[in-house]
Design a protein around this ligand. Structure first.
Ligand code: SF4
Ligand code: SF4
Ligand code: SF4
Length: 263
């Protein structure tokens, strides 16, 4: 045996490691850019076209979820149509020079209530249904059902348990309220009632080496504003160059511009 031979894999130089990394990310001319995505069904349609955006909805409608505020599927369908209308997949495909990797696709989620089962907070673009509640002049009978319903302890009844000569005052502490609407649903007198239903849009969430929760873009908007925000966010992404194109979604300048245009 050669005296210089050692067992185990050959040691790699720093240069060869860089070369391996580059080969993984950059396709050679004529090479299939979808070679990696083809390993996953969700990225390739039946006609062989790539789908470089995914939308996850919670199952609120299907399971008859008691927390459901707004059905997520209709808005998710509209979002998918919007992405098709923008030719997002084709444009992203053209833009990425090498083999396309799963983390380079655009991830979205829609949740039917703030419980957020579809995890919009860790997606590039997230939509969360919310229900704003308000206190009315209707009599509060101190049944305390709202207190039991509110997991955030965001309601105070004054006087608390004392049925004094003055009518009890219901206070909602909005700084703790997550807009789930549960208190309004259980209140038998209408002392707490729903004021409006809408969506919060969040952007820029991600997992991976540097995880980050999404930043709130707008609160209590309706579907047309959601779609407008999605269109503008998509154009921002497609206008970026370099590896971290989704970072544009959390730039202060992007957030300010979108807020101004959407509201
Ligand atoms: S996000 Fe809300 S509505 Fe949707 S399944 Fe979860 S709890 Fe139900
Ligand atoms: S809407 Fe706000 S106050 Fe009412 S139950 Fe939900 S978190 Fe509590
Ligand atoms: S559920 Fe309505 S009536 Fe009952 S304590 Fe709460 S606010 Fe008052």
């Amino acid at each position: 045996m050669d005296a210089t031979h050692t067992s185990g894999p050959p040691k790699e130089s720093a240069d060869s490691l860089v070369s391996v990394a580059n080969n993984f990310a950059v396709a050679k001319p004529q090479e299939d850019k979808l070679a990696i995505l083809r390993k996953y069904e969700k990225y390739i349609r039946e006609d062989g076209q790539a789908v470089l955006h995914q939308i996850k909805s919670c199952k609120g409608e299907e399971v008859g979820c008691p927390f459901l505020i707004k059905a997520p599927r209709p808005v998710a369908r509209s979002m998918a149509e919007k992405m098709e209308g923008l030719s997002f997949s084709q444009r992203l495909y053209d833009k990425i020079p090498g083999r396309i990797l799963p983390h380079q696709t655009f991830k979205m989620a829609v949740a039917g209530c703030p419980n957020s089962c579809s995890m919009p907070q860790i997606k590039d673009f997230g939509v969360i249904a919310r229900e704003k509640v308000t206190v009315t002049d209707a009599e509060c009978i101190l049944c305390r059902k709202c207190l039991k319903a509110c997991r955030e302890e965001a309601i105070t009844l004054k006087p608390d348990t004392v049925a004094g000569p003055l009518p009890p005052k219901v206070i909602i502490h909005y700084e703790r309220c997550v807009d789930c609407g549960q208190c309004a649903r259980v209140c038998p007198t209408g002392s707490i009632k729903t004021e409006s239903r809408g969506y919060t849009v969040v952007m820029g969430g991600k997992v991976g080496r540097h995880p980050r929760f999404a930043t709130e873009l707008v609160r209590f908007v309706q579907e047309p504003q959601v779609l407008k925000a999605l269109g503008m966010a998509s154009e921002k992404i497609l206008g970026e160059t370099g590896r971290n194109m989704y970072e544009v979604l959390v730039k202060e300048s992007t957030l300010q511009k979108l807020r101004k245009e959407i509201q």
